[in-house]
Design a protein around this ligand. Structure first.
Ligand code: MLC
Length: 908
């Protein structure tokens, strides 16, 4: 080779030796600059030689490590290790090339040159694995130099320098740009933004840049975002689409800037445009086809799908559906050993707090998109800034989840109110009534108050109030203004309320007039407190105007969050969308032939799905009326039967009615339907009720997360001990508990459901949400069931450790945690045992701490302030030890057997 080709490498190595020779920073900086300029002249062969020298010659010195270790070890053995020995050891285990690289960084623009050097290393790495230690050192150094705290975000505008624009043109890889004109279309229009992150050491080079489009509706096509079009007025947009996110410098691959960059972009956009509702991406799925190719080798279905998909003309109908299902599985379920998604883009967004939202068929017609994922793209959805958690959900297949062609519960109610304002909605105890028109006006007055309190769409409105027509108007008002209704059990204590308010961060909390004093301390900048009494008194109705605007809710917008106790002790907020409520209500109205002629006896609480989203929603949507009773009262119900047509209740209602002598065929003569749900109805109660009244109770099955799933038929056999067939639009299947594989009819397994009724996920618990869904969108209910020969679902037990007391769910963990926190308790196990009135009730089995005694009553009194009454154990049993299996797990089944008849003799 001619001498001048060798010279730069030799010069470089000479400079490196000089740099390691010592000297102050001022003296070394020019040497470093000369070294980097020599490096810039190297070709790949020389680079490889240089890198190999760094690996072999600038490594750790084994003798020095050994010597330092022995000194340290001796000092430790002698009982007097000093900080000196430890730091000496620390210094010598670092390869000397790290010091060399740090000194190269003394050169002006040294950091950028070292980032470029790492890009070279990474390019050569696949063929030269021996360079890995060098890459590791560079990664280590760059990670600390590019600490997130040094990054500065700014919006790139058309007036910025050509240099910055040039970088964007060069580094845009998601949707490459052919010209400055194209760049201009992404920067200049009012509905387009580019945000870039800069670092002091790399000057005007944007390390990461994010391109944002302000649009109406969640986008499903890249072409629509990139084409030349008239700009949309940002005030008319409802969605910010982050459609291109680029890491500019290959040398920074794998350097985590933290999860805040995207959040910072979202904060910036939503500060400027607070009305935006959706923050989404339209992202590629780069690894899908590669994964399909590999996975097809061991999977006959995928192999067949891969073959079918190889012909672009055949990508219709069934193949398309199956491909989308496979993409969904790839994005949501396929994980690396570290539990993170295999797809790099999914890893990035899910790691940053987004959720997979929707798959879009034929979203990108570029060749790359075709080669990566058959042109399928995905929207990930980010929580909005103000509303730190927008809905998270499993992806919905096939461009369909944003279908707005449906009527919300509020709209259906408002139509009845407008068409026939005098129609009675509430029959109150005594002879009072409230009309649809009154309810609409009351809701509008409450809406005015909510708006004055600062409620904007997406804000939560929490309520712990007694049952009254005004409380229903509050629910309607919340929906009207686009809020998310969060009803709370009136039995919850202050400690429990603290948790819900902290977790849900509502804008407004409405409490009972008499508890206002207890909650006054919660009021502040972020939370307004209002009061509402059972007679309609309180501050909530204080507005002297009506707010008539109706927020146009989208199908996927949240309508409500309902908290259910958690298996881990932390209550989970189930997020229900407008489409969840509307679709479920429509299915029930049809199934139970519910019409405006119906008059419902409503004796349920209105803070749960049964009383609010089944009973009240059906009435509001059908234009029917209801006898609105404050709570269950057998005599009051029997009285109302004279005028009513339908009763909806939990099994305790029927157990108690059966105890009344007034329950006769004559008393029920005008009734057409008795519905039971929320807990299993004893087959014996079903039979006794039919024998006494001639009415077969219609048992149905639902849960907070799904609304109603199945129902015995209105016409046809209502079979005791079953919950009937799936409702229209709802799919159910029985799955093997271990493998998740589908089981044939007749076998017992986990009941799983899918359909428009299934919730959008748990509030701020994306991992919990993900763990409760199968990759194909089925929600795992936790109930064990089988399907009989007629297709009826029979619930045979529960997989989850849940107690259902009088229709209220109670998770033992929450109570065990309170018991275990007591000094006198070593450990505890809480179980549900049969109870003649509540179906099941809560019992605590407690082991005292060493040398301590447990007094059951005192223990219950101690935990009572933190626990709603219905969750409090009805009995405490003190034992020496809890029964455990060989794995050490408490055997609750054994405890249930031991204490199962604790209440069998009790009268309710
Ligand atoms: C069963 C009930 C009628 C019983 O209420 P009552 O007010 O009549 O009870 P009571 O007057 O006899 O009260 C006796 C004592 O028990 C307490 N208590 C009240 N309800 C209780 C319950 N469910 N479990 C345990 N304790 C309960 C009271 O505080 C009181 O405490 P003390 O001893 O201190 O006096 C009521 O709990 C109820 O309406 N439950 C319905 C719950 C519901 O709507 N669930 C739907 C969830 S939605 C869902 O699950 C999905 C689906 O529907 O599919």
């Amino acid at each position: 080779m001619p001498e001048h080709d060798d010279a730069p490498l030799e010069r470089l190595l000479g400079h490196c030796a000089a740099l390691m020779g010592g000297g102050g920073e001022a003296a070394l900086a020019p040497v470093a600059a000369r070294a980097l300029s020599a490096y810039a002249q190297l070709d790949d062969a020389d680079r490889l030689a240089f890198f190999s020298t760094l690996v072999s010659e600038y490594d750790v010195d084994a003798d020095r490590v050994r010597a330092a270790y022995h000194r340290w070890d001796r000092a430790v053995a002698g009982g007097a290790p000093s900080a000196d020995e430890a730091s000496r050891l620390f210094d010598v285990v670092e390869p000397s090339r790290q010091q060399l690289l740090r000194r190269l960084n003394y050169a002006p623009d040294g950091t950028l040159a070292l980032v470029a050097m790492r890009a070279d290393v990474r390019r050569l790495l696949p063929a030269h694995a021996a360079l890995r230690p060098l890459d590791h050192d560079l990664h280590h150094l760059l990670t600390s130099w590019f600490n997130r705290g040094f990054l500065r975000m700014s919006e790139v505008v058309w007036e910025d320098s050509a240099e910055v624009h040039g970088y964007l043109l060069d580094y845009e890889r998601v949707h490459p740009m052919a010209s400055r004109d194209e760049l201009r279309r992404r920067i200049e229009p009012a509905d387009r933004r580019v945000y870039a992150f800069f670092h002091p050491a790399t000057g005007s080079v944007p390390l990461v840049f994010v391109e944002v489009a302000l649009v109406q509706g969640v986008p499903d096509q890249t072409a629509a975002l990139l084409e030349n079009r008239r700009a949309l007025d940002p005030a008319a947009a409802d969605t910010a689409a982050l459609y291109s996110i680029n890491n500019a410098l290959a040398g920074l691959a794998g350097i985590q800037f933290g999860s805040h960059l995207i959040k910072q972009v979202i904060d910036q956009v939503s500060n400027e445009l607070p009305h935006l509702q959706n923050f989404v991406t339209l992202s590629p799925i780069p690894g899908f086809r590669h994964w399909l190719d590999a996975a097809a080798a061991g999977d006959a279905d995928l192999s067949e799908l891969r073959a079918a998909a190889s012909d672009p003309a055949g990508l219709e109908g069934d193949v398309r559906e199956r491909l989308l299902a496979a993409v969904e599985r790839y994005v949501t379920a396929e994980q690396n050993d570290d539990g993170r998604p295999v797809d790099p883009v999914a890893r990035f967004h899910l790691g940053n707090g987004a959720s997979p939202w929707r798959l879009n068929w034929a979203a990108n017609s570029s060749r790359t998109a075709w080669e990566q994922s058959f042109g399928v793209m995905i929207n990930y959805r980010y929580p909005a800034a103000a509303d730190a958690q927008r809905p998270t959900a499993h992806p919905m297949r096939g461009n369909s989840s944003m279908d707005n062609s449906f009527t919300t519960v509020y709209e259906a109610f408002a139509r009845h109110a407008a068409a026939d304002p005098d129609r009675v909605l509430f029959h109150l105890p005594g002879s009072g009534t409230r009309s649809y028109g009154w309810t609409l006006e009351t809701a509008q007055r409450i809406a005015a108050r909510l708006v004055d309190d600062g409620v904007v769409p997406g804000d939560r409105v929490a309520a712990q109030v007694g049952k009254s027509p005004e409380a229903i108007a509050l629910y309607l008002a919340t929906l009207q203004v686009g809020g998310v209704f969060l009803p709370l059990n009136t039995a919850y204590t202050g400690t429990e309320i603290d948790y819900f308010l902290t977790d849900a961060e509502p804008r407004v909390f409405v409490c009972a007039v008499e508890t206002a004093g207890d909650h006054a301390h919660r009021a502040g900048e972020a939370l307004a407190i209002e009061t509402l009494g059972e007679a309609g008194e309180g501050t909530l109705l204080g507005a002297d105007r009506r707010h008539e605007d109706v927020h146009p809710a989208g199908a996927d917008d949240l309508a409500s969050i309902l908290y259910t106790s958690g298996t881990t002790g932390r209550s989970k907020g189930a997020m229900l969308t407008h489409a969840n409520l509307a679709s479920n209500c429509a299915a029930l109205i049809e199934e139970w032939r519910y019409t405006e002629a119906d008059r419902l006896i409503h004796a349920l609480p209105i803070f749960h799905i049964h009383g609010l989203f089944v009973a009240a929603n059906m009435t509001l949507v059908a234009g029917a009326s209801m006898d609105f009773l404050p709570k269950f009262d057998a005599d009051a119900i029997l009285e109302k039967m004279a005028d009513a047509t339908v009763l909806m209740g939990v099994p305790t209602f029927y157990t108690r009615l059966l105890r009344s002598e007034r329950l006769t065929p004559a008393a029920c003569a005008g009734m057409r339907l008795f519905v039971s749900g929320s807990a299993p109805l004893l087959a014996s109660d079903h039979e006794a009720f039919e024998a006494r009244t001639g009415h077969a109770i219609l048992e149905r099955y639902g849960m907070t997360e799904t609304g109603m799933n199945a129902s015995n038929p209105y016409e046809g056999a209502r079979k005791p001990g079953t919950v009937g067939r799936p409702l229209g639009g709802v799919e159910v299947r029985i799955a093997d508990r271990e493998t998740g594989g589908a089981l044939p009819d007749g076998e017992v397994g986990l009941l799983e459901v899918r359909g428009p009724n299934v919730f959008a996920g748990y509030w701020r618990m994306p991992e919990k949400t993900a763990s409760e869904f199968r990759s194909d969108g089925y929600f795992v209910t936790g109930d064990m069931a089988r399907i009989d020969d007629d297709g009826y679902v029979c619930i045979v037990g529960r997989d989850k450790d849940l107690v259902i007391s009088g229709g209220f769910n109670v998770y033992p963990k929450e109570i065990e945690e309170l018991l275990d926190a007591r000094d006198e308790v070593l450990e505890s196990a809480v179980i549900g045992v049969p109870h003649p009135d509540f179906g099941e009730t809560v019992v605590a089995v407690v082991v005292p701490a060493a040398g301590r005694e447990v007094d059951g009553d005192a223990l219950l009194a101690a935990i009572a302030p933190d626990l709603a009454r219905f969750k409090q154990p009805r009995a405490v049993r003190v034992v020496d030890a809890l029964p455990r299996n060989v794995m050490g797990k408490v055997q609750k089944a054994a405890l249930r057997a031991d204490y199962g008849d604790l209440f069998s003799g009790a009268s309710a």
